[in-house]
Design a binder for this molecule. Structure first.
Ligand SMILES: [Zn+2]
Length: 82
């Protein structure tokens, strides 16, 4: 299972919860908090991911190209396009 917003693998510790405490197994806790989505658009999320995931072995331009290719495949962003 991966987060349908950012693509990160989901484990119990990283899975989001609804405001009533129930797991929401579609999203990680960073993308979906207290019943709300943290990122309003794909660019905002891409900027965040590039800033945090790029490193000396994975330059920001490569990271950005990767997320720009992969994020549109996730359910959350597919829904947004419709
Ligand atoms: Zn996520």
């Amino acid at each position: 299972m991966v987060c349908q917003c950012c693509g990160m693998p989901l484990e119990d510790a990283t899975t989001s919860r609804e405001p009533d405490g129930a797991f929401n197994e579609e999203y990680c806790k960073w993308c979906y908090t207290d019943g709300n989505f943290v990122y309003s658009d794909q660019k905002e999320l891409t900027d965040f991911l590039v800033a945090h995931m790029a490193n000396e072995n994975w330059p920001p331009e490569q990271a950005r190209a990767y997320f720009e290719a992969e994020l549109p495949k996730l359910a959350h962003w597919k829904q947004k396009k419709q």
